[in-house]
Structure formats: C-alpha cells, structure tokens
Design a protein around this ligand. Structure first.
Ligand code: PLP
Length: 395
C-alpha cells in the first residue's frame, strides 16, 4: 500500500494514544488510574445540556449553517474576545471549528507555507509540530526547563529567529507544564514579535483555569502592537467540561478568518449545530459551575504537587494554570524499577502502566525527555491512590 508521505511522516497524538490504552485496559477490567487525558472528570453543566436538547428539537438545527459557525455563536465569541482583549472584533473575525485542535489546524493551514518556520516553546502541546508539518512548515522547538519555570523570553526567542521565521506559538496557561506567564512577560514577547513582523498564534484554551496569585493575560491585550498579526485559538472543552462536544474557535484578522472559512467550506462545513448551541449557552450562561470545578482542580493541584514532591528522585514545579503537573523523573532514571532497568521517561511510563496500572504521558511526547505529564482532572481519591501507586513502585 502506498500511503501519502505526509501521513507516513506524521506522529499519532501520544496523549490520545495513552488515553485510549488506559480506557481499553479499564474496560477489560484492569484497575487502571488514568492521568493521561486532558479532560475534566465532571459532567457538562445541566443548563448547557438543556440548551443542546432544545436545539436538537428545533428543525432549524437540522440544516447546514454557515461553514464558519452560527451568527449567534460567532457574535457572542467576538463580543467576549473584544471585552478581554480591547481589540475590536466582530462575527466576521471568528471561525467556529471542531474543537480548539481543529481551529489550530485551520490557522496553520491559513498562515504557513512551504519551509516557513514556526517557533514553538517546548515543552509543547503535542499537536502543534504535527499540524505545522501538515502545512509544510518547519516546527522549531524553543526549549525551556523547570529552571525558568518553563517560560521563554524575547532574548531566547531571538536566538531561534531566522529569515524564514513566520509564526510564534504562544500558550499561557500551558499544556503540559501548567506555566502561566506574567502580563509584562507576555507584553515583552508580543512587542518582540511585532518588532520582527511575526504572526502570533496564541492558544487561550486554558484562559479560565488559573490558580493562586497567577492571573491570565491575553497577548493582544497587553501587546496591542501585535494584535494586527495575532490569531487566538480557544474553545469550550476545558472550561466547561465539554471535551466531547467538539467546539472551538479562532479569532483572527479578517483576511485570515476568510481563509479559514474557505478551508472549512471545503473540508468540514459547519460544526454540529446542537454542539454550537451548547457552546453558546456555555459562554453566555451562568458561570457558577466553572468556579466549582476550578476549586476542585486547585485542591487537586496542591495534592498532586505535595504527593509527587515527596517521592525520592521526583522534582515538581508548582503549576499555576491548566490541570497538569509536569514533574521531572530524571532522578529515578537509571534505576531498576519493577525488575526493569528504566532509562527514559518513555520506559518509565510503560512500567508504570504495566505494573502500577497508572497511565501518565511521557515527556518525550512534549519534546521534554525525563519528564512526564499527569493530568489532575480526575477524582480526588483516584488522584491520591494513583500517586501512592507511583510512589510504591518507585520506592
Ligand atoms: N490547545 C491546548 C493547549 C490543549 O491542551 C488542547 C487539548 O488538549 C487543545 C488546544 C484542543 O482542545 P479541543 O480540541 O478539545 O478544543
């Protein structure tokens, strides 16, 4: 069989693969505790589900809508984005896509040409490099470590900029590290991008998931000079426990929005109308459930940091956003664990799943060998029991 080179050269999403493996083992009766999935364990709030039910009963939802999304949802997204960025957006700047992941795919397809370089601070979310490659671009990882709180800055970025650099990917709060940049750090990065006439793709999917003293700041809000060449990717999945509904969006300068619209008109047509109605209810309705979930995530975050930090050889920086911890396991590599010599995080993840029945995502997936990502968006009891199993196996 001769498959296309672009498919042969691309990696399957390792986070989806770990999640699928853990779910399959669980379904087969294994007592697996999954730290792999980047999804809240809560049900979608009732009023959102009710809005979907009403939409499903309305024959208007049984038809195509504009490829880029329903006018009501696009308008609501534009209004909210203008409110927190200070940048004037209308529905024409918004494209509703099949999740934030699809919005990002649209964005890279619209912006990136053959050989264009895209700077991606590492550790990075698994799909950015693959999506850039699918657009014939060249992903350029900009490595960061726990020593800088997994944050980059203009001085470091400048050392990776070439004449082919076209786009910077910027994410705060970050997946997989949970790092949150301070507003002045974001402003400096935005100014640097504007100075070099780069596009910024800023992924704001974890906007509402910040803890403690940290606060979210949007790049075009704190660096208005970068706004004309900034595209925001966003969605309802993480904030409203709606990963399965598949609604995300891009907010972009008009030419880019038109390009993405053209692409979707040939690729997917509109996102499911019922899901769009649910997303509209999510972003315009009561936000109490978000506060409740946030409280639970914050509690679990502290538990995860405490329990992981107490394991010999494990170092964990306190994440300030999203729902991931990203500990370094470098101190345990080289040991014999469960009868196997473990030298990489990849092998460690394998042994943990096999012998402790705990699923984590190895750092290699995010361009960060030696680390692993654990999502703490799971029940409190499972969280504590899962880390206890890790401690026991490593102990
Ligand atoms: N961006 C980041 C940083 C993510 O972590 C994710 C999901 O894991 C997404 C985008 C995409 O989310 P979705 O496609 O479920 O909206």
């Amino acid at each position: 069989m001769s498959l296309a080179r672009r498919i042969l050269e691309m990696e399957e999403s390792p986070t989806m693969a770990v999640t699928a493996k853990a779910k399959a083992l669980k379904a087969a009766g294994e007592p697996v505790i999954g730290f792999g999935a980047g999804e809240p364990d809560f049900a979608t709030p009732d009023h959102i589900v009710e809005a979907a039910r009403a939409a499903a009963l309305d024959p208007a939802s049984h038809r195509y809508t504009p490829a880029g999304g329903t006018p009501a949802l696009r308008t609501a997204i534009a209004e909210q984005t203008t409110a927190y960025t200070g940048v004037d957006y209308t529905a024409d700047n918004v494209i509703v896509a099949n999740g934030g992941k699809h919005a990002l795919y649209d964005i890279f397809q619209a912006l990136v040409d053959d050989g264009d370089e895209v700077l991606i601070p590492a550790p990075y979310w698994v799909s950015y490099p693959e999506q850039v490659k699918l657009a014939q671009g060249v992903p350029v990882a900009v490595p960061t470590t726990k020593d800088t709180g997994f944050r980059t800055d203009p001085a470091q970025l400048e050392t990776y900029r070439t004449a082919r650099t076209k786009v910077l990917v910027f994410v705060s709060p970050s997946n997989p590290t949970g790092a949150v940049y301070a507003p002045d750090e974001i402003a400096a990065i935005g100014r640097w991008a504007a100075e070099h006439d780069l596009w910024v793709v800023t992924d704001e999917i974890y906007q509402h998931l910040v803890y403690g003293d940290a606060s979210f700041a949007s790049l075009p809000a704190v660096a208005p000079e970068a706004a004309a060449k900034t595209v925001i990717a966003h969605g309802v999945a993480k904030t409203y426990a709606m990963t399965g509904w598949r609604v995300g969006w891009a907010v972009a300068p008009i030419e880019v929005a038109k390009a993405m619209n053209k692409l979707q008109s040939q690729m997917t047509s509109n996102v499911c109308n019922v899901a769009q109605a649910a997303a509209l209810a999510a972003i315009t309705g009561p936000q109490d459930d978000v506060a409740t979930m946030l409280e639970a995530f914050d509690r679990r975050r502290r538990t995860a940091v405490d329990l992981l930090g107490a394991i010999d050889g494990v170092e964990v920086a306190e994440p300030e956003g999203a729902f991931y911890v990203f500990p370094s396991f470098e101190g345990v590599l080289g040991r014999t664990i469960g009868g196997r010599e473990v030298t990489t995080a990849l092998e460690l993840a394998d042994v943990l799943l096999e012998q402790a029945k705990v699923a984590v995502v190895p750092g290699e997936a995010f361009g960060a060998p030696g680390y692993a990502r654990l999502s703490y968006a799971l029940g409190d009891e499972d969280l504590a029991a899962g880390i206890a199993r890790i401690a026991e196996l490593l102990g």
